[in-house]
Design a protein around this ligand. Structure first.
Ligand code: ADP
Ligand code: F6P
Length: 336
């Protein structure tokens, strides 16, 4: 341990929805901490486990055989009590009782709001962005998005096979809470005919219906609509579209399968780097920071600043997605 190093014990927890790659981040926190002479404590089940003192000393072996596993070995939870001042005060007390001077919180914006409260109560706290939704403004990367978007892409390819065979229209709903990143990326990667994003959709269903009818007249065998969870109602939409077009239409809601599975190489590497960086920030005496990835570099931001930032769908990427989904040779040949 460096001579001027003040911190001796740190904790790590995962909070909010789990995301593939969280285990790589936990492993990095544990091993980076231990290799710098710190004691590392795993806090189970997010802020819930903190309040219930579900806390365990972590050894390097405790995180063996975890980097390739989806989910989070520390489990995760959503904790209503921690939203209250009393809950936050008790959380800080539990940290002090267990000697936890620094805490790494792996989660989304909600978890960071909780981390900020702990930082204000004197616990050095660092956030690491973990969510499949990619909806954290200060960073271009969040742990789990890459795996989830690849999982969704592969699932949509499979739906497309059967949709083409039956000459159907398919509405496929992807996760993302109020954000459309998973939908937009799948829209491009799967070559969908229509992509409905909460940030962009004008609820003009007739436009979609006209598009389906026109494509069918030209001989197109399927029509894939990627619908974001933030818009939802895919089943009802499918019924309306089938009634209006006369074309069999099915809705598939991909659901939680998008959150599971072995993390991609990208998620393992970025999550490992971010976990290690969080420990480095604590070792440097920092608090109330969030790790991010921007313009090709790992960076950190003040949590207050990070939470006040706004994230927008790239207009350019959206325009590219729309332009690639239309056919431009309508009057020349029939589409296959
Ligand atoms: P995510 O971290 O993925 O955004 P949530 O929004 O569900 O997920 O937040 C996870 C947990 O973080 C919540 O269950 C709660 O315990 C805590 N949390 C969220 N918002 C706040 C807040 N404003 N103040 C304190 N804690 C919060
Ligand atoms: O934030 C991740 C996420 O999977 C969202 O995409 C989705 O809206 C939400 O969590 C689902 O939460 P739960 O697993 O509690 O149903």
């Amino acid at each position: 341990m460096a001579e001027n190093q003040k911190i001796q014990t740190i904790g790590v927890l995962t909070s909010g929805g789990d995301a593939p790659g969280m285990n790589a981040a936990i492993r990095a926190v544990v091993r980076r901490g231990l290799s710098n002479g710190l004691k590392v404590k795993g806090i189970y089940k997010g802020y819930n486990g903190l309040l219930n003192e579900e806390i365990k000393d972590m050894s390097a072996r405790d995180v063996s055989d975890t980097i390739q596993r989806g989910g989070t070995v520390l489990y995760t939870a959503r904790c209503a009590e921690f939203r209250t001042e009393e809950g936050q005060r008790r959380g800080a007390e539990v940290c002090r009782k267990h000697g936890i001077e620094g805490l790494v919180v792996i989660g989304g914006d909600g978890s960071f709001a909780g981390a900020r409260k702990l930082a204000n109560l004197g616990i050095n706290t660092i956030g690491v962005p973990g969510t499949i939704d990619l909806d954290i403004a200060c960073t271009e990367y969040t742990i789990g998005f890459d795996t989830a978007v690849n999982t969704a892409m592969e699932a949509i390819d499979k739906v497309r096979d059967t949709s083409t065979s039956h000459e159907r229209c398919s509405i496929i709903e992807v996760m993302g809470r109020n954000a459309g990143y998973l939908a937009l990326w799948c829209g491009i990667a799967n070559g969908a005919e229509d992509v409905l994003l909460p940030e962009k959709y004008d609820y003009d269903e007739q436009k979609i219906i006209n598009n389906i009818i026109e494509n069918r007249k030209l001989g197109k065998k399927h029509h894939i609509i990627i619908n974001a969870e933030g818009i939802g109602h895919s089943e009802a939409m499918a019924k309306r579209i089938e009634a209006a077009t006369g074309i069999e239409t099915r809705a598939t809601i991909l659901g939680h399968m998008q959150r599971g599975g072995s993390p991609t190489c990208k998620d393992r590497v970025y999550a490992s780097t971010m976990g290690a960086m969080a420990v480095d920030l604590l070792l440097a005496g920092k608090t109330c920071r969030v790790v991010g990835y921007r313009h090709g570099e790992y960076v950190d931001f003040d949590i207050n600043e990070a939470l006040s930032m706004e994230k927008r769908i790239s207009e350019y990427q959206y325009e590219v997605c729309s332009s690639l989904s239309h056919n431009y040779d309508k009057h020349e040949t029939k589409i296959q």
